[in-house]
Ligand binder design. Sequence first.
Ligand SMILES: Cc1cc2nc3c(=O)[nH]c(=O)nc-3n(C[C@H](O)[C@H](O)[C@H](O)COP(=O)(O)OP(=O)(O)OC[C@H]3O[C@@H](n4cnc5c(N)ncnc54)[C@H](O)[C@@H]3O)c2cc1C
Length: 380
Amino acid sequence: MQDIHLTSEHRMFQEAARAFCEQEIAPHIEDWEKDGIISRDAWLKAGEQGFLCMDFPEEHGGLAAKDFRFNALFNEELTRIGCAGSGFALQNDVTAPYFLEMCNAEQQARFMPGMITGETIAALAITEPGTGSDIKDVNTRAERDGDYYVVNGAKTFITNGILSDVVVTVVKTDPDAGHKGISLLLVERGMDGFTRGTNLDKLGLKMQDTAELSFSDLRVPVENLVGQEGKGFYYLMHNLAQERTSIAVGSISNAEAALAETMRYCNERTAFGRQIGKFQNSRFKLAEMQTEITIGRTFVDQCVLELNAGTLTTEKAAMAKMWCSEMEWRVVDQCLQLHGGYGYMEEYPLAKRMRDARVQRIYGGTNEIMREIVGRSMGF
Ligand SMILES: Cc1cc2nc3c(=O)[nH]c(=O)nc-3n(C[C@H](O)[C@H](O)[C@H](O)COP(=O)(O)OP(=O)(O)OC[C@H]3O[C@@H](n4cnc5c(N)ncnc54)[C@H](O)[C@@H]3O)c2cc1C
């Protein structure tokens, strides 16, 4: 976030987040990427130092910091060190609002303390093998049987899919009611009939465990229904603006980090007796990237403030997600070009930044769906 939007409390948090990322995360990224999964220990350390679910109430051990600037600052520090895909943002920015705003007091008491300490890792399961963009078309069926829902179906591409202890799962409770037949259930580790597939092999975000989940006659107690039956689609729509803002924050931060690394390189590397950055083409490219990042940063910071104020619209969040993730891709690609052959080597951070950036245009709703949302809001 731009300094003008930060108080001394935010700056202290930023410093603490930077120290945590550099000391506890950065030294392990390579190992976790090789393993295809971040360690549980990292989750516990993040919890111990107060970086998980900062907005949860104090009575459950949280900081009651209902201010998305804290979430954004933590994401920025993670991205700066090249830690995309830790799963922390999924917990803090994507799943936390369901527990904070839609779960009842009993559910909050059951799950919030562990989500704050990192002992309980959460996931959100919407996407299925047969449907992603068209959420109302989900097929996972939950039929009421006394005090239970009997769930059958499968989900795929689920972030924190292997590590998760509780999964906010999108199900159809009434298959004939369209989007009004969608509900959310809390599926827990160890429930009979809940199985996980292998950790999926991906182009980037190598440390993020992304998995398929299967439900076969899984019996979920009615106490695990989130909010009201049939309101799931509404809850999803309500929370997607925050998820998309979170993705936009990640995009801006990745672009900023890539540009900073490239400016260093342009100073150090010489060709034809000159620093790379002194060629007019390089100077122009650097200037264009700086301009795009500055514009994007200003817009995203504004979205964060509007999110805090409760005034961020669905279409504005969609614009931020779409434009920033596409700008991120342009910037990372151009930065790699300015590195020449070294940009293509794993020795430099650009190759990884590019791999990690690609998915930003796909998840959280594809950028085509973002264009649909914005276009429809214009009356077309
Ligand atoms: C690394 C990773 C992590 C993920 N994490 C999660 C997670 O934690 N939880 C979760 O539920 N999901 C997750 N997803 C899934 C992600 O949200 C979906 O992949 C995404 O929403 C797109 O759905 P799909 O893959 O089924 O593509 P499809 O919906 O099949 O789309 C295929 C193509 O068709 C286009 N398209 C579809 N509909 C339209 C339309 N109306 N107009 C124009 N074009 C259209 C799409 O834009 C896309 O280009 C993750 C995915 C990845 C890759």
